[in-house]
Design a protein around this ligand. Structure first.
Ligand code: AMP
Length: 224
């Protein structure tokens, strides 16, 4: 659309439910970045029954983190595709210090570095409700929520007109608790990692989707 932040590598950090996927899609629309979600890539691998998908399935269902080896192999394959040259927004990656260091090494090979890491700051207590009500269009992936964002016409996707919707198997309350624990134990330390690299921004992500979208654009130094 209007502004560009290229060639950028933007990382969205935050617990499950913070809005990483929603905001990554907004960054695609606003700035032409390519959303790269390791969760989506892993779910596709599970659906296709690839060896990586078979190995990841049980861990994902339990709300744990898939091994760095599997995630990095999937990420490297995706990063080798040509559309990535437009700039990427990484959603759900990196999730461990090992992944962050591997990403730095991968980018360094191409003479690049992380442009910005934005921490979406939320209250954990609100995340279970946010996650429990969410669902997506089965055709285009547009996100909806039982309380916060319903399609304008019930049962019809605003974006593509699709009528099939799906809910994630790991969005059940008990799995969400495990995912929040994994976030705090293994991923939250990356906030300090990127602060140390001088690329961290923190934004309040408890507001509305448009407010967070605007705050994110300001953090990235562009106006949407
Ligand atoms: P997400 O869609 O980002 O919420 O990810 C869903 C699930 O996929 C997570 O709970 C993990 O089991 C797995 N996953 C996604 N990204 C990663 C990653 N970078 N490292 C390890 N596991 C991941």
């Amino acid at each position: 659309m209007s502004a560009t932040i290229a060639p950028a590598v933007v990382i969205l950090l935050g617990p499950p439910g913070a809005g990483k996927g929603t905001q990554a899609r907004m960054l695609e629309e606003d700035f032409g970045l390519v959303q790269l979600s390791t969760g989506d890539l892993l779910r596709a691998a599970v659906a296709q029954g690839t060896p990586a998908g078979l190995a990841a399935k049980a861990v994902m269902e339990a709300g744990g983190l898939v091994s760095d080896d599997i995630v990095l192999a999937i990420l490297k394959d995706r990063m080798a595709e040509p559309d990535v040259a437009k700039g990427v927004v990484l959603d759900g990656f990196p999730r461990t210090q090992g992944q962050a260091e591997a990403l730095d090494a991968l980018l360094a090979e191409a003479g690049q570095r992380v442009t910005a890491a934005v921490s979406l700051e939320v209250d954990d207590a609100a995340m279970v409700d946010r996650i429990a009500g969410r669902y997506t269009c089965g055709t285009c992936g547009e996100g909806y929520h039982d309380s916060f964002k319903q399609p304008a016409v019930a049962g019809v996707c605003d974006k593509c007109g699709g009528t099939q919707f799906k809910r994630r198997a790991d969005d059940k309350a008990e799995t969400v608790k495990a995912r929040l624990e994994a976030y705090h134990a293994q991923t939250a330390p990356l906030i300090a990692y990127y602060d140390g690299h001088g690329v961290l921004d923190r934004i309040d992500a408890m507001g509305t989707i448009p407010d967070i979208r605007a705050a994110l654009a300001r953090a990235l130094g562009v106006s949407a």
